[in-house]
Design a binder for this molecule. Structure first.
Ligand code: AMP
Length: 148
């Protein structure tokens, strides 16, 4: 699939451009924000997510009231999975992405600039970024099993 291998001496995070971002043609703009900040895209895939992918990726949300509709939304089209590398990249990319709710996300963040609420019953917030180095490591295994 890819010859990329994680380097144990480097820091990585996992980003997904969600189906709303891909559908709206915002993949390039979203990834450009991350590159402009100075981080490197070191692996990239366009994928139609399976149930197994999403149950593993969102393991901490299993059983929550929004879980099934979130899985449906994440399968509503292709998504783009990326591994991003750089010093303190997990917190840096979370800061670029902004708050979960796109109406409330600060202008200047990806969600604040490109996202809004829709009356769809499911948050459409364009992008996911791992919330800790341990989540990043687990999530990278989900989307890039050959990299580990
Ligand atoms: P997080 O792991 O915090 O990034 O959340 C993952 C995703 O779950 C978010 O991007 C939303 O799509 C969804 N989500 C999180 N919290 C809620 C909530 N309270 N209601 C509905 N969806 C949520």
């Amino acid at each position: 699939m890819s010859d990329f291998k994680l380097d144990p001496d480097k820091e990585y995070t996992l980003v997904l451009v969600k189906p709303d971002g891909y559908r709206r043609g915002l993949t390039g703009k979203i990834l450009a924000r991350i590159e402009q900040k100075g981080y490197a895209i070191v692996a990239l895939r366009i994928v139609q997510a399976t149930d197994d992918d999403l149950h593993e990726h969102y393991v901490e949300h299993r059983g929550k009231h929004f879980f099934e509709s979130m899985v449906d939304f994440m399968q509503s089209g292709k998504l783009v999975a990326a591994v991003i590398e750089g010093t303190r990249v997990v917190e840096g990319v979370r800061s670029l992405v902004g708050a979960t709710n796109p109406t409330e996300a600060a202008p200047g963040t990806i969600r604040g600039d490109y996202g809004r609420d829709y009356d769809s019953g499911q948050i459409q917030n364009l992008v996911h970024a791992a919330d800790s180095p341990s989540s990043a490591a687990r999530e990278i295994k989900v989307w890039f099993p050959d990299a580990c």
